[in-house]
Design a protein around this ligand. Structure first.
Ligand SMILES: Cc1cc2nc3c(=O)[nH]c(=O)nc-3n(C[C@H](O)[C@H](O)[C@H](O)COP(=O)(O)OP(=O)(O)OC[C@H]3O[C@@H](n4cnc5c(N)ncnc54)[C@H](O)[C@@H]3O)c2cc1C
Length: 302
């Protein structure tokens, strides 16, 4: 039995959902990506701990995926194990007067609606970001003048040896699209958020307003991974790309969105190679014409 199958057997015994050669294009908003060797849906912390220990023992590399809304998966797919959280990681609960404890697998949409119904304000900015709480903490996701940093009290993660660790907001080292979790082999399992009491109808109207602004400006009707590049100091990536005449520029099935130049959209059958080649064209052109270097926000994984 090869190591991958051995870890797959352990996953089976821990009541996880296991599949081999899982097409990652079905798990990314870009609809791009070849198969992962092993894809495991894990339901609770004890199974997660058992699985990480087995992967460590068998020396099987692994990575976690949320909604795949910030990922560009290689055409050859992902070697090793891809973990998706579900079950107990999808729970949300109000704690005390104005806090929410939520599992990392909770979608930001579900979380925003929960907060709205509970009359808790502060999360409206996240409405329309198509990720999970885990992905949003990992990325310090933000929009419309706010970011996760402003509402996080603490986050709990599991290390590769199955230990649970809780970090305070300061320890998470959150800054623009950055957290301490990046570059570390950990699974964020939950987050504790601090919100403010508000009126449900006002919260709802702010959420609807933000979603409308997204619909007006962003190509939500086509597969993408959101903004491709981080905001360069003093500029907007989309504006620079548009100024360079790159709107509508295509490589294969990948195209700079004519609606929002900060987005690359999959117009049908785009490969990871197409997107990477288009990114290179954009970076070279913008550097040459404006002197500004564009750094990728989306994460290329394999
Ligand atoms: C149409 C569209 C609009 C978008 N708008 C915005 C926006 O306004 N603001 C913004 O910030 N982003 C935006 N994004 C990007 C994306 O939605 C966010 O980065 C989001 O936070 C990613 O969450 P995810 O669950 O999809 O993570 P994934 O894309 O699945 O993963 C992203 C990274 O997080 C890691 N990760 C995910 N879950 C965990 C976990 N539980 N533990 C450890 N690591 C984990 C992954 O390993 C990966 O490295 C947009 C994307 C799209 C497609």
């Amino acid at each position: 039995m090869n190591p991958m199958e051995a870890v797959g057997r352990v996953a089976d015994s821990l009541a996880c959902t296991v599949s081999y050669q899982e097409p990652m294009q079905s798990h990314t908003t870009f609809k791009i990506g070849g198969p992962s060797d092993l894809f495991v849906k894990v339901q609770n912390q004890s199974a997660l701990s058992g699985l990480l220990k087995a992967a460590d023992e068998m020396q099987v590399r692994w990575q976690v995926i949320g909604k795949g809304s910030n990922l560009l998966v290689d055409d050859q797919g992902i070697r090793g194990m891809v973990l998706e959280l579900s079950g107990e990681f999808s729970q949300i609960q109000r704690v005390g007067e104005n806090q929410i404890l939520c599992g990392a697998a909770v979608s930001l949409a579900a979380l925003c609606w929960f907060a709205q119904k509970e009359g808790l304000t502060g999360l409206e900015f996240a409405y329309g970001i198509p990720g999970t709480v885990g992905g949003a903490v990992f990325m310090n996701a933000g929009a419309y003048g706010s970011e996760m940093k402003n509402i996080l009290l603490s986050g709990t993660h599991m290390t590769a040896d199955g230990t649970l660790v809780t970090l305070t907001r300061d320890e998470m080292d959150l800054s623009y699209r950055h957290s301490t979790y990046q570059g570390r082999q950990v699974v964020i399992v939950s987050a504790l958020l601090q919100l403010t009491l508000g009126r449900p109808e006002e919260i709802r109207s702010r959420m609807e307003d933000i979603l409308q602004r997204r619909k007006d400006k962003q190509p939500l009707e086509q597969p993408s991974a959101g903004s491709v590049f981080k905001r360069p100091q003093g500029h907007f990536a989309g504006t620079l790309i548009e100024q360079c005449g790159l709107k509508g520029r295509a490589v294969g099935g990948a195209m700079v969105s004519p609606k929002h130049a900060g987005f690359i959209v999959n117009t049908g059958g785009a490969t990871c190679r197409d997107v990477l080649d288009l990114i290179a064209v954009i970076q070279q052109t913008v550097k040459k014409e404006t002197g500004v270097s564009l750094e990728c926000e989306i994460k290329a994984v394999k």
